[in-house]
Design a protein around this ligand. Structure first.
Ligand code: PMP
Length: 446
């Protein structure tokens, strides 16, 4: 992984002008003087006496300490001093111990272009977000103006559409299949523009491409390394940024025996856009929602420092920071596990997920591609033009709940013969039964 750039013969050719990517709102954001003090305080020795900031006194709070049992491992103990910290405001980038742990992990998994997080070509940076949804919203606010052309491969995550569409941008749909975005279609779309115009003020050349590279939501599709490479080369040619939204990265299925846990050290995960980035043009969003807890709301942005810094200004002005309590809880868990323990733990999850995944064949009435990652099956119902009414009205009567595919399209009212089925929560027996009910329903409708 670490020498992927060499393998692909990618060399830095361009120095990035990040200012041209920022919206007026983002460019106008100023650092909060109070938040800067909080960051400073977070990194200072306990002997520092702070009369700054507007932090309340945690001695007046009702909570004292906490002990959280961890399955098969050491308990997490929040003694009184730690609890006081957990209940207090913290810096907008995230708490230092969680950030440094994550920077080490990102470095080992993706070797970001300026790994070590500082180099002549500009530094890489990370920040914690309240789930990757917050990260995506803030990235779009930072980069997308009304009227901008934005590239993505729909059907796509409805939360992304919800964040992008109100910004008044023009969403350009790049065709995709079970291997993700199709580079040939992207190239054809981009041929409308002259790459030489990309840098010109007011140019309509797209400046942002969004994609979900693994276990796409809703399609379950995972992009091949070759396709990523082609997309990346187009990003360089037309000078656009790639938003790599990868919450299903750790849910990539491996066809290996669950007894062969030594495999975790071989990094079985697909090479990422971040790992092939040489220009610092990839902003990657990660999430702990699918692997540690969705309720804790912990996500991360990794990318070029000038852009992550801007996102942090958006955070300063809105949520201020992700819950200190949940960050400390996760950080303790990760430090107890260590990076090897984390990866091993996640591989077990992947194997379990793969082994319990057994979709029932209902080939007469539907078509689908088995996903290699994520939580979703994207199913085309034969002989059905649009699944909206079938699912929202009739499926409920049969007591089976799915999502009609239209909600993942740019124009949600376009007829869509697909449904999204999540296989993460149900037992194989429940999945079998749900598909039986769905098959009956389709046969009735046909
Ligand atoms: N991106 C994608 C593709 C998703 O599927 C989701 C959650 N369903 C998110 C982002 C947001 O996840 P979270 O905020 O919980 O990290």
């Amino acid at each position: 992984m670490s020498n992927l750039r060499n393998v692909l013969h990618l060399r830095p050719i361009r120095s990035m002008n990040y200012a041209r990517f920022l919206t007026a709102v983002s460019a106008a954001r100023k650092p909060s003087p109070i938040r800067i003090l909080t960051e400073l305080q977070q990194r200072s020795p306990p002997s520092l006496i702070s009369l700054a900031g507007g932090a309340p006194n945690p001695n007046t709070f009702p909570f004292q300490s906490a002990s959280i049992k961890v399955k098969g491992g050491e308990a997490l103990v929040m003694d009184e001093p730690l609890m006081k910290r957990a209940l207090q405001y913290s810096g907008s980038y995230g708490i230092p111990e969680l950030l440094s742990w994550m920077k080490d992990l990102q470095k080992s998994l993706h070797n970001p272009p300026t790994a070590g997080y500082s180099s002549e070509r500009g530094q890489m940076e990370m920040c914690v977000t309240t789930g990757s949804q917050e990260g995506l919203c803030k990235i779009f606010e930072m980069l997308v103006n009304s009227g901008d052309n934005v590239l993505l491969d729909a059907p796509t995550y409805s939360g992304t559409l919800a964040a992008l569409q109100p910004l008044g941008c023009n969403l350009i749909n790049v065709a995709s299949d079970q291997h993700g975005m199709i580079p040939a279609d992207l190239r054809k779309i981009l041929e409308r523009w002259d790459p030489a115009d990309a840098q010109k003020p007011g140019s309509s050349v797209p400046r942002v491409l969004y994609t979900i590279p693994n276990g796409g939501n809703p399609t379950g599709a995972s992009m091949t390394c070759e396709r990523k490479q082609e997309v990346y080369e187009l990003a360089r040619k037309y000078d656009f940024l790639i938003i790599e939204d990868d919450p299903y990265y750790f849910l990539q299925f491996q066809k290996v025996s669950s007894s062969d846990l030594s495999l975790y050290s071989q990094r079985p995960w697909a090479p990422t856009f971040l790992s092939m980035d040489v220009d610092s043009r990839v902003l990657r969003t990660d999430s702990f929602s699918k692997i540690l807890s969705s309720g804790l709301r912990i996500g991360f942005i990794t990318g070029p420092k000038p852009l992550v810094e801007r996102v942090v200004l958006h955070i300063q002005a809105s949520t201020m920071h992700t819950s200190t309590f949940t960050q400390l809880m996760v950080s303790q868990l990760l430090h107890n596990w260590g990076p090897g323990g984390f990866l091993k733990n996640k591989l077990i999850y992947i194997l379990d997920g793969f082994l319990s995944f057994s979709p029932v064949c209902f080939v007469d009435v539907a078509e689908w591609h088995p996903p290699m990652a994520g939580m979703f099956l994207w199913i085309k119902l034969k002989g059905i033009k649009d699944t909206q009414q079938l699912i929202m009205e009739r499926a409920l009567e049969k007591e089976v709940l799915l999502v009609p595919g239209g909600v993942f399209n740019i124009n949600s009212s376009d007829p869509c013969p697909y449904v999204r089925a999540a296989f993460s929560l149900s037992t194989p027996q429940q999945i079998d039964e749900a598909f039986r009910r769905l098959a009956d329903l389709i046969k009735d409708a046909m």
